[in-house]
Design a binder for this molecule. Structure first.
Ligand code: NOJ
Length: 751
């Protein structure tokens, strides 16, 4: 529904009676004050603004009582009784913290993702929240970028399905549904592709990549009905997103038909000044003109818009001018969108909607159960030389800085989570097996005191064993000798990943690598469990371990999920949603890169696309990869026809069998490549996947319906002139358990 088609009554009546200041007040989005400060500016006093009717919405209220109190104050301060709405960063769970989004993505299970979002929505709604700043759907192919943790991984199709599933989970049947919240897709757009992986840095990319890789998750979220969108901090192709009219008003609203609310990111409007887009009045006019409806934290709309609407803007030095009349119309446009958002949430009919304490939050025990299941489904088994699962009676030496850790398991952006809700790995193993493992520290989370200090500025979770490294290691090795099996719990701190936490070298700290090498030398069977917020280069460790489980930061049920997997109470089914680098220097990295004229391979060969100094014996863990405890065999794929017209569909069928003795969940992945096209194309691109469970011995046939639309690609001299084309001719289909280990079928599309 477009602006001009909106129900006129309540919103238009309100607008007709509002003063300019009242309208501008609606565009002001402020923090409650106790939340995370994620920018340079400190918020101003909230109560002063509420009393003056100068706030449209608040984020980070933290309790139902404080939200109610703020609503009462806002209503008293508003001549027309316009209510606030309340928002929060609900990224991977609310009070019940689920695995990081990058971990949930590795489940490839859309029902699970929808359920976790719905659970988080129910908890958030019970606290009086109307909107959440999620799902975060930034594709990222750079393990250096700290916010990989929050996102859906590297692939456009997987991320698009996740965007839709999470949006459905948050919003339920529609805007304003009881016990649900409005979703906010973020960060629009290409925030996950900053130069050198540095957070907030700018992005230069082809319009083709933007259209084919970074925009589709937003299109999918909008198609699923997402009520709002948050704009990204970065510039895309020289135009900061907070001033990017072609992408916001053009692509998002114009081409996708999005008619919801667009909010800035934290002080994002103000930051246009630092971007070099002009002084504050120009920055404000640009942002409003580009389609940013609400200004988060910076209050620049509040400060600058009255004079702008009075006098208009003529800034030849910035190459930007707008008449007073146009600016007034833009204020009306933004205000109309804010009020329409409130109307859709039911707040114009009942300002205390959602603030009455019903429906109540779902039971925490059901949340814990879901969190534990989600953690087990999100961990990816990368290697298993027949060691796992362990028998419950196995004498385990649990070694490493995460053996007894709670706080880091929550991961980044868990603003309402509590470390005490986490059952740490030692206790999880003890509860599952009735044997408490002997534990030792062995190595630190960070090696460098200066880095420890820097991380602790952002939190308090990086604790350090102050004994000498030699003593820590000696104790760990002695303990290892006394056990049947070593479980090494290693990884990153939660502050290592997340906002403003980019890393030059995405690998394990040196002391943890030394620990693993020393443990491997004991000759005892070695299970390595990696708790991390990003894909780390762990090739070396993989070579030393007998079994390797990539468990991410798994939330309140994280360690229990790991214990379930290690002891076979759950079956590993996670598949990588992001490629693991072999070496930190490989970043950025994706399976789906365009083919070059000199395709590389894993071996050292000169004059091919590759690296001279990449050791050739490091194992690769490609996108889509993951093991289970059973063997799944793939029969040869069959196509219903091998030549079809563009308006027909074709079926690819493949029979898989669980040849092992344990139940399994298999994710069958279908990729395509287009060997002859108008522009360079990815060597492989995921076009569909299906997940199915298989009892021991069971055989199932998986069918993919394929249409020529799946092979459309953009040819885009510019974003505005982009054309999605579909060429006749040869397509190669690759089907298998991951992007590398596939079987190929050729298909010809006839004209
Ligand atoms: C900055 C982050 O980029 C964004 O994701 C978050 O929603 C806001 N801060 C509000 O906390």
């Amino acid at each position: 529904m477009r602006d001009e088609m909106m129900p006129r009554t309540a919103v238009e009546d309100l607008i007709a009676g509002m003063s300019l200041d009242e309208k501008i007040g609606q565009l002001n989005l402020l923090p409650a004050g106790e939340g995370l400060v994620t920018g340079a500016s400190q918020p101003t006093s909230l109560s002063k603004r509420l009393d003056a009717g100068q706030v449209g919405a608040i984020f980070g209220t933290k309790s139902l009582a404080s939200a109610r109190a703020m609503q009462e104050r806002a209503l008293a301060g508003s001549r027309l009784g316009i209510p606030l709405f309340f928002a929060e960063d609900v990224i991977h769970g609310h009070r019940t913290v689920f695995p990081l989004n990058i971990a949930l993505a590795c489940s490839w299970d859309m029902r699970l993702i929808e359920r976790t979002a719905a659970f988080a929505a129910a908890e958030a709604a019970a606290e009086g929240l109307h909107q959440v700043y999620g799902p975060m759907i930034d594709i990222s192919r750079d393990p250096r970028w700290g916010r990989v943790a929050e996102g859906p991984g590297e692939d456009a199709l997987l991320a698009s399905r996740i965007a839709a599933a999470a949006t459905r989970g948050f919003q339920g049947a529609g805007h304003g549904a009881a016990g649900r919240v409005a979703a906010c897709l973020k960060h629009f757009v290409a925030y996950g592709a900053p130069q050198s992986g540095r957070d907030y840095d700018n992005v230069s990319m082809s319009a083709e990549d933007l259209l084919e890789t970074y925009l589709p998750p937003f299109a999918a979220g909008i198609a699923a009905g997402a009520a709002s969108v948050m704009v990204a901090f970065n510039a895309v192709n020289k135009l900061p997103m907070h001033a990017n009219g072609p992408l916001i008003e053009g692509w998002l609203r114009g081409q996708q038909g999005f008619d919801g609310l667009v909010v800035s990111d934290y002080t994002g409007v103000k930051e246009l000044v630092a971007h070099g887009m002009g002084p504050a009045p120009v920055a404000v006019a640009r942002a409003l003109h580009a389609g940013v409806d609400m200004d988060m934290v910076g209050e620049d709309y509040l400060r600058e818009l009255p004079a702008l609407v009075r006098d208009g803007l003529d800034a030849p030095d910035a190459g930007f001018s707008l008449s007073a009349q146009r600016l007034s119309a833009l204020v009306d446009r933004a205000c109309r969108r804010v009020l329409t958002f409130k109307q859709r949430l039911g707040l114009l009919d009942d300002p205390f909607r959602g603030l009455g304490g019903t429906p109540r939050a779902p039971s925490r025990s059901s949340g814990r159960k879901l969190a534990r299941k989600a953690a087990a489904q999100s961990a990816v088994l990368l290697k298993n030389d027949g060691l796992l699962p362990l028998a419950p009676g196995t004498k385990v030496a649990l070694i490493g800085p995460f053996a007894t850790d709670r706080a880091n398991m929550l991961g980044t952006w868990a603003v309402s989570g509590r470390a005490e809700d986490v059952v740490p790995l030692d206790k999880a193993i003890a509860a599952l097996t009735s044997h408490a493992p002997a534990t030792a520290w062995g190595a630190n989370v960070v090696d460098e005191p200066w880095l420890e200090q820097r991380l602790n500025v952002h939190g308090t979770t990086v604790t350090r064993d102050r004994r000498s490294k030699a003593r820590q290691l000696a104790e760990a090795v002695a303990l290892a000798h006394s056990a049947d099996v070593i479980v090494a719990a290693v990884g990153e701190a939660k502050e290592h990943a997340g906002e403003s936490s980019s890393r030059l070298t995405p690998d394990l700290p040196a002391s943890q690598r030394r620990l693993i090498a020393a443990l491997a030398r004991t000759g005892k069977p070695l299970v390595v469990v990696v708790f991390a917020g990003r894909p780390l280069a762990i090739g070396e460790v993989a070579a030393q371990a007998d079994a390797l489980l990539y468990a991410w930061h798994g939330g309140v049920g994280g360690p229990e999920g790991v214990a379930d997997l290690i002891f076979g109470a759950a079956e590993p089914s996670g598949r990588l949603a992001v490629s693991l680098p072999r070496h930190p220097g490989e970043a950025p990295l994706t399976y789906a890169c365009d083919t070059t004229g000199r395709p590389g391979n894993d071996r050292f060969t000169k004059f091919l696309t590759g690296w001279l100094d990449l050791p050739d014996d490091l194992p690769t863990f490609p996108f889509g990869f993951g093991l289970g405890y059973s063997d799944i065999s793939y029969a040869a794929p069959r196509l219903s026809r091998d030549a079809v017209r563009a308006d027909e569909t074709v079926e690819l069928r493949i029979t898989i069998q669980n040849a092992g003795t344990r139940p399994a969940v298999e994710t069958v992945q279908l990729y395509a490549s287009d060997p002859i096209a108008r522009v360079t194309r990815p060597g492989r691109k995921l076009i569909d996947f299906k997940q199915c469970s298989l009892a021991p011995g069971q055989r199932r046939t998986v069918t993919f319906q394929i249409s020529s639309d799946q092979f459309r690609y953009p040819v885009a001299p510019t974003l505005e002139t982009a054309e999605w084309v579909r060429d006749p001719g040869l397509i190669r289909l690759h089907v298998g358990p991951n992007c590398r280990d596939t079987q190929m079928k050729e298909l010809t599309w006839l004209t």
